[in-house]
Write a protein that binds this ligand. Structure first.
Ligand code: ADP
Length: 480
């Protein structure tokens, strides 16, 4: 069968493929810049395209310099392919050797140019250098782990070998094929080389995709391991937390029984149920009673915090009238300040029309927070000062309850610690009793009621602690 392969058509077709595959490679690199070899591989089709352009110029201008530059671009294109392969297989690259290889080729080409060498000897030097480059590239790819890159690796090596085989045939034939009239066979060899280039490029793309796939698999394994470790850690933490909660509950029950007895008996002694006490005895009975009460409060606070943290505290949101809530809490607040010299002012700035259920909160928990604020105002406030409880319409959605004192205030560097459990924000250095859980309980509770908590303070002027609690929708409705 007689067939003729038009070498220019072949060049044009392969240049089109080079361009398409170059764009694909570049786009893939753009998404996966960590796979450095891809950008080197982009140089392979790029310099092949440059070579095609230069070759076509050489045809028009019949200028031999273009031909030599074209030859150089072929070598550069294959060198870039080789560097990419070496990088892809994580092999060490000696750039001096590579520079020496390109320089040597350039020197030989310059000499051939000056000596007006024949096509045959020019092709010989290209083939010789290219063969070295292809062997190194095949060696680099052969180093890839077969279980990870099986198909991709052998596919690319196969097409590299095709080019190598053509070169080998030409060499064995002593390049007569080029000289002799048998131009068809030479073109056939060239076609095989062009075809191999296109499939090598396809191979490079699938190699890059395989690398990304393997990276994802590896990442997935790490994530799964991490997830397992996290699950185990979380389970252990949950178990530890449950144990802590159980321990606290048991301990508080165990401690409460004798404590209640101590408080009860010291109360009876104080009230002189069992006979008159002298001044010293009364003093001691008072001390025992106060100490017992304090201990009971601390234990209750601890248990409260633990229960809140474990989500065991049930919050019952109901629509309540804040005026009623404050009126009901007043006696308790008066009781708290009764042991001190401070005076209490309740400043109710709520709207007069607030006769409907106004706030949507848990009544008991709101009282608890208010009591905590007032207790703190007594503890940390001015011993002879004033505590002001204020209620106001904060905005469309919230009421604000605030407690202001005239105490020492809070240092700015302690602001971030105020609501942290067991953090006393510097008060541990004073002789004021406490364990630093009251405000963290308050924060937890108010947030569960969909409200917020905050404070402002000025050293030696005093502090204002506040909560914003949600208004009930019914109230808004009733106002419309
Ligand atoms: P406790 O009073 O048991 O230490 P709290 O959680 O109620 O625990 O308060 C945490 C810390 O916040 C206190 O130790 C204190 O340093 C600071 N604090 C709270 N209320 C006030 C206040 N009204 N004025 C100044 N400091 C305060």
């Amino acid at each position: 069968m007689n067939f003729y392969i038009d070498i220019f058509t072949l060049t044009n077709v392969s240049t089109t493929f080079y361009s398409i595959l170059l764009v694909l490679l570049f786009l893939f690199w753009n998404q996966n810049k960590d796979i450095k070899s891809i950008i080197w591989w982009c140089g392979f089709p790029l310099f092949r395209i440059i070579n095609s352009i230069i070759s076509s110029d050489s045809v028009y201008y019949d200028n031999e310099v273009w031909i030599y530059l074209g030859n150089l671009s072929i070598i550069i294109s294959d060198v870039l392919l080789m560097i990419g392969c070496l990088k892809f297989s994580n092999l060490k690259i000696n750039y001096y050797y590579i520079a020496a290889l390109i320089s040597l080729f350039s020197i030989i080409s310059t000499m051939q140019f000056n000596m007006h060498a024949l096509l045959n000897s020019r092709i010989q030097s290209i083939v010789l250098f290219d063969t070295i480059i292809i062997i190194i590239s095949i060696y680099a790819l052969s180093k890839l782990e077969t279980d990870k890159y099986c198909l991709e690796k052998f596919f690319t090596i196969f097409w590299m070998s095709i080019q190598f085989i053509v070169f080998a045939i030409w060499m064995v034939d002593d390049f007569k094929i080029i000289n002799v009239q048998d131009v068809y066979l030479y073109d056939l060899g060239l076609s095989a080389i062009y075809l191999s280039h296109i499939f090598i490029l396809v191979g490079l793309i699938i190699l890059a995709i395989a690398k990304r796939r393997n990276q994802l698999i590896a990442e997935n394994i790490i994530f799964e391991e991490l997830e397992k470790t996290l699950t185990i850690t979380l389970t252990n933490a949950q178990i530890a937390n449950e144990e802590k909660a159980n321990f606290l509950t048991n301990m508080s029950h165990v401690l409460r029984t004798p404590l209640n007895a101590i408080i009860g008996f010291s109360e009876s002694l104080k009230l002189e149920f069992y006979g008159t006490l002298n001044i010293k005895q009364t003093d001691y009975a008072n001390n025992i009673n106060e100490g017992g009460q304090l201990l009971l409060k601390l234990i209750t606070d601890l248990l409260n915090l633990s229960n809140i943290e474990d989500g065991k505290v049930e919050i019952t949101l109901e629509e309540i009238n804040l005026n009623h809530l404050i009126n009901k809490t007043k006696p308790l607040l008066n009781e708290i300040i009764s042991h001190s010299n401070v005076s209490l002012i309740i400043n109710n700035k709520l709207n007069e029309d607030c006769i409907f259920p106004c706030a949507l909160v848990d009544q008991i928990r709101t009282k608890q927070i208010l009591i905590n604020f007032v207790s703190n105002a007594v503890k940390y406030g001015n011993k002879n000062g004033t505590i002001t409880v204020e209620l106001n319409d904060f905005d469309q959605d919230y009421f604000r309850i605030s407690v202001q004192d005239e105490g020492v205030g809070i240092a700015q560097d302690q602001y971030e610690n105020i609501f942290k459990p067991f953090n006393r924000a510097g008060s541990e250095k004073t002789n004021i009793e406490g364990i630093g859980v009251g405000l963290s309980i308050a924060k937890n509770l108010v947030e569960q009621m969909h409200g917020s908590i905050g404070f402002s303070s000025k050293i030696d002027v005093g502090s204002v602690f506040w909560i914003n609690i949600p208004k009930s929708k019914q109230r808004n409705f009733s106002l419309i």
